[in-house]
Each structure stands twice: as C-alpha cells, then as structure tokens.
Design a protein around this ligand. Structure first.
Ligand SMILES: Cc1cc2nc3c(=O)[nH]c(=O)nc-3n(C[C@H](O)[C@H](O)[C@H](O)COP(=O)(O)OP(=O)(O)OC[C@H]3O[C@@H](n4cnc5c(N)ncnc54)[C@H](O)[C@@H]3O)c2cc1C
Length: 398
C-alpha cells in the first residue's frame, strides 16, 4: 500500500507530468553529482553562501544542463511547465538538502525573478535587463521593502522625480534578497508629488549607476548574508528604464503574487522533508535505555505528527497548484497554502530538533539550521498575519 508520505517526488504515484518526472530525475542527479562536487570543492555550507564568482559557476553549469531557465516563458527558452509541475520540481530540489538548492533555478536572482516580467517589459528592457538575467550573465534583485514600508508595501518613501529624460531616485531599501551579489535591481518607488497620494512605479536600476550603493554584511537568523540594503542617492535613471507607466509599478511587479506565494511552499516543504528524514534516521539509530529511541511511543508520536503535517500541507499546496492550472483565481488558496505550509514546516523542524536532542541544538547540525531557516518563512513574502488578512477578505462581506 502506498502511504501518504510515499506520495512525494521520488516515489509513485507522481502527480505531475512525465516531463516533470524526467526533469526531477535529471536535476537530482546533477545536484548529487557535479553540483555536490562543486559545493565540496569550494567548501560551501548552508550558512557560508558562495562568492559571486562561484555563483556564476553554479548558474552557468545549471544553464548548460538545461535547468536554469526552465521557469521562463517558452519564448525565452522555458519548458512551459504547469504550476503543479513547477511546485513538484522545486520541492524535489529543496528536498535534496543541497546548500545551493535556491541557485539551481536561480530563484534569488535569476529567471524566476524576470519570467513574468517578460510579457510586460519593452523590447529595449527585454534585451537589456531580462535576457541577460535569463542567460545567467546578470543577477537581479527585487526591492520594495523599506524602513517604513514592510507589510504595507504601497507606503514606499523612495522617491523618483522626473527630470527631463531621467528620473532621480532617492531612498533606502532593506532586507533585499540577492542585493549583495546583484548587477541590477527592480526598484519600487513613489512617483507621486503628493505624499498623501500613492502612486508607485517600478524602475530597472543598474548597480553601476552613480548613487547606487549596496550595504551588506548583516546576517538573517539563518546565518546567511545573502540579504542586503540598497541606498539610492540622486541616482539618475533613464525614463526608458521605467516598467510600464507611472503608477503601474506595484501591479506589474507583483502581478504574479498569487503564484509566487504558492511557489514559496515547495521550498519550505522541501526543507521540512530534510528535517523529517534526519529525525527519522536519528530515531532509528540512537539507542537509549537499551533500545532505539524510535521504539518509545513519545518519539513515534512526534514522527507521526510530522508525517501528518507534511502530508496535509503538501496536499493543500498541490490542490492550489491544480486550481491555478485550471484558471482559478486562488487568491485565498495561495495565502492558505503559504500560511499553512510555513507554520507546519516550522513545527516539523521544531519536532526534528526535539527528536535529535542535544545533537539537534548544537550549531552545525542540519536540523538546527533548518529550524532557523524555516522560522523565517513565517515572515517572508507576506507574514502569516497578512496571509490571514487576505483569506479573511475573501470571506467577509460586512
Ligand atoms: C530573509 C528576508 C528576505 C527578504 N527579501 C526581500 C526582497 O527580496 N525584497 C523585498 O522587497 N523585501 C524582502 N524582504 C522583506 C519582507 O518582505 C518583509 O520583512 C515582510 O514583508 C514584513 O515586513 P516588515 O519586516 O517591515 O514587518 P512589518 O510589516 O513591520 O510587520 C511587523 C509585524 O506586524 C504585523 N502586521 C503588520 N501589518 C499588519 C496588519 N495589517 N494586520 C495584522 N498584522 C500586521 C506583521 O504580521 C508582523 O507580525 C525580506 C525579508 C527577509 C527577512
């Protein structure tokens, strides 16, 4: 009999397409082979990250093997996978436990950042900004958050003031993924003359532009330094770099927010599966009181709860993916999935730490890292509270 937990990439029945199944087999072999060798050669850990030159090597390797650009539209060389296939592929990549898993598809700075933009950029922007990112020659980051604009993203105070054929940008962004190693940024700024009126626009800004500075060097609680701030001081940007019209920025930049919310779920569940696997292996191996701790009912119950929560959150994720493929709006479903997967993945990691005992709380143990990593997903890309607000809005009419 196939158990719920067998219904995971790597075991049948596989719910995606045959092409996705083949892709997963090939990408897993790539990660276990060439990529693992590269990780070992450069001593990369989950927390050390990799210098830009090594990231370039990873992106190019992945591109040469046909993986890097798979999420792009077909016109740019993408595979045209469904949302369902996409979540299965991402989950499988993260479930390998590789410290460079996010870079295989270029999630922080590559094709997934520009794929949806390809349809809305000008021909000039496609050539200058989208294609170089799609081809792994450049890295882009996506900068909305500011000191006074977090959950309320439309409250950005970075100003873009028109000056002839240019805009002059001033402001400061914070917590921007990939900023430390980016070549360009999509900057969200206000083009309103009136502080009371929100008019948010988006601009491609090259790092080489005078007045563009990246402040890096701080770490998130996961111990990673891939997040940085961007300070813009009288940064002159050609009008041709504006995405769409004035006031279109947030809508265009966040155009795929529903799909993007869902697409964070496979990363969380992939991480959580690694924590579960480590806990299960430890429970079977570790002997106390003359027997494996897996024989104690208290430990069995923790493992049973982990398996149940993984299966339930995965079922929700796959159901929302199928809905999106069928043309559903899925605003509520994507928020439910993001909320539920982030909260359950963290609980799974918490139990994994408990099953590992002292070994689980020593820095350097993988579940200890995953516990910290998975805590962050309850804040990233819309906190759990913001997801609940979105869900509630679809319910309440009063
Ligand atoms: C590792 C990392 C990577 C990130 N990457 C990026 C990136 O690439 N680009 C980018 O632009 N940003 C990025 N961010 C920023 C992230 O999107 C914000 O941190 C997030 O949206 C929350 O904003 P905030 O931190 O200002 O918290 P706040 O908005 O100040 O929220 C603080 C608390 O108040 C609650 N709260 C706020 N408003 C409401 C409300 N209306 N109802 C109920 N509760 C509310 C929140 O849920 C939270 O608990 C990143 C953050 C991290 C940690």
């Amino acid at each position: 009999m196939t158990s719920m937990l067998d219904r995971i990439p790597g075991a049948e029945p596989f719910p995606g397409s045959a092409a996705a199944r083949t892709f997963i087999t090939e990408v897993e072999a790539f990660i276990a082979g060439d990529l693992a060798a590269l990780v070992s050669r450069h001593g990369i850990t989950h927390e050390s990250g990799a210098p830009r030159a090594v990231l370039d090597e990873i992106w190019q390797l992945s591109r040469a093997r046909g993986f890097y650009g798979v999420t792009l539209p077909k016109s740019l060389g993408g595979a045209g996978f469904s949302v369902l296939d996409h979540v299965l592929i991402k989950e499988a990549i993260y479930a390998t436990g590789s410290p460079v898993a996010p870079h295989v598809l270029g999630e922080l700075s590559g094709p997934p950042r520009v794929g949806a933009l390809a349809k809305v950029v000008s021909a000039n922007q496609l050539e200058r900004f989208v294609v170089p990112v799609a081809e792994a020659r450049q890295a882009i980051c996506f900068a909305i958050t500011e000191a006074e604009a977090g959950s309320d993203a439309g409250a950005v105070q970075t100003r873009a003031v028109r000056d002839g054929d240019h805009y002059v940008l001033n402001g400061a962004k914070r917590f921007i993924s990939g900023a430390p190693f980016c070549d360009l940024a999509l900057i969200i700024a206000s083009t309103s003359d009136d502080p009371a009126r929100r008019e948010v626009s988006a601009f491609f800004v090259e790092r080489s532009t005078a007045g563009f500075a990246v402040e890096a060097g701080y770490k998130t609680m996961a111990g990673q330094a891939g997040t940085g701030n961007i300070v813009l001081t009288d940064c002159r940007v050609p009008v041709a770099n504006r995405l769409g019209g004035e006031g279109d920025g947030l809508r265009m930049a966040l155009g795929r927010i529903t799909v993007n919310r869902l697409l964070h779920c496979p990363a969380m569940l992939g991480h959580a599966r690694v924590a579960f696997r480590d806990a299960l292996a430890h429970a079977n191996r570790r002997q106390q009181f003359g027997r494996p701790i897996a024989q104690f009912q208290a430990v069995q119950h923790m493992l049973a709860d982990m398996a149940t929560e993984l299966a339930a959150s995965r079922a929700l994720m796959l159901s929302v993916a199928r809905g999106l493929d069928a043309g559903d709006d899925a605003t509520d479903g994507a928020s439910m999935a993001k909320l539920f997967c982030s909260e359950t993945a963290f609980r799974v990691a918490d139990k994994a730490v408990q099953v590992l005992g002292g070994e689980g709380i020593v820095q350097g143990s993988r579940v200890e890292f995953l516990f910290r990593m998975l805590r962050m997903y309850r804040v990233l890309t819309g906190t759990s509270e913001i997801q609940r607000n979105t869900i509630a809005r679809t319910l309440i009419t009063a």
